[in-house]
Design a protein around this ligand. Structure first.
Ligand code: UGC
Length: 271
């Protein structure tokens, strides 16, 4: 099942089951708690605005989790997953703009397509073999990154470069795990203004999804609604010659097999 989160014409936030048949889409209202007991009603949802599919409790991000991306960044292959975090406040809805900070703040904003895992059940010290039992589902993520803050100004801490407002677009739908039995067998792409910039497979992760859940839950209780962004493959803008950074007027799309397209326009911060 595919689940959307949306605001209705009164501004109230709900979930719905998105059903596509014969090319037409129908959204049926969900009643209850998607992390607990819920049911799909026969009421057609009044979808006024599509939102990010979840309102994250936390956003845990993994760096250098694809060999060729580590190589293009001249970084060593990590022995353990490289963890950093984004503020839940950085989440952006599908279709809404990625806002480039004032030039004073950053001139090197980059894209990163990522498979995002949504934890459905609280867990701690989970064994790899049972790790997917704690997953609710998957969505597309864009780990938007200000490289200058990540590399030069952040004092070797990546956090600020990764967590500006709008630097965590998520969407367009939450695909429940029954539709994706193996999250490590999906094609993943980034398309910038119609040009494919990243095109790889999640089967090339250094630490696969069950290993990441085992590793993270070994130190941190993962609460329902936790989002894990699992790393990006090669082809990012900073590694290109000439470098490619996002600019006002761009349109950036993350596309993942079995999930769909997460597209966001890019705009300059109003000064
Ligand atoms: N370089 C960099 O920031 N990479 C990470 O975000 C990653 O996904 O590997």
């Amino acid at each position: 099942m595919k689940i959307i989160r949306f605001a209705d014409s009164q501004g109230a936030v709900h979930y719905a089951s998105r059903q596509t048949a014969g090319g037409s889409t129908k959204d049926l209202l969900i009643e209850g708690d998607i992390y607990g007991e819920y049911r799909v009603t026969d009421k057609v949802a009044d979808v006024a605005k599509l939102l990010a599919p979840v309102d994250p409790r936390a956003i845990l991000c993994i760096g250098l989790n694809y060999r060729k991306h580590a190589e293009e960044g001249k970084a060593p292959i990590p022995k353990f997953p490289v963890l950093f975090m984004k503020s839940p406040g950085a989440v952006q809805n599908p279709g809404d703009p990625i806002v480039l900070p004032k030039k004073l703040l950053s001139t090197q904003v980059d894209y990163e397509c990522e498979l995002a895992v949504i934890i459905g059940k609280q867990c701690k010290n989970v064994a790899k073999a049972n790790a997917l039992d704690y997953v609710l589902g998957y969505t597309c993520g864009n780990d938007v990154s200000a490289r200058d803050w990540q590399k030069d100004f952040g004092g070797s801490q990546w956090c600020r470069g990764k967590t500006f407002d709008t630097f965590a677009p998520l969407g367009p739908v939450l695909v429940l795990k029954d539709e994706i039995p193996n999250p490590n067998a999906l094609n993943i792409k980034t398309i910038l203004n119609g040009e494919t910039m990243q095109d790889w497979s999640t089967n090339d992760m250094i630490f696969d999804v069950p290993t990441l859940i085992e590793f993270l839950s070994g130190s941190t209780t993962l609460l329902p609604g936790t989002v894990i962004m699992t790393g990006t493959p090669h082809g990012v803008g900073v590694a290109r010659d000439p470098k490619v950074f996002l600019k006002h007027g761009d349109s950036i799309t993350v596309e993942i097999e079995k999930i769909g397209q997460l597209t966001n326009p890019v705009v300059d911060e109003a000064v």
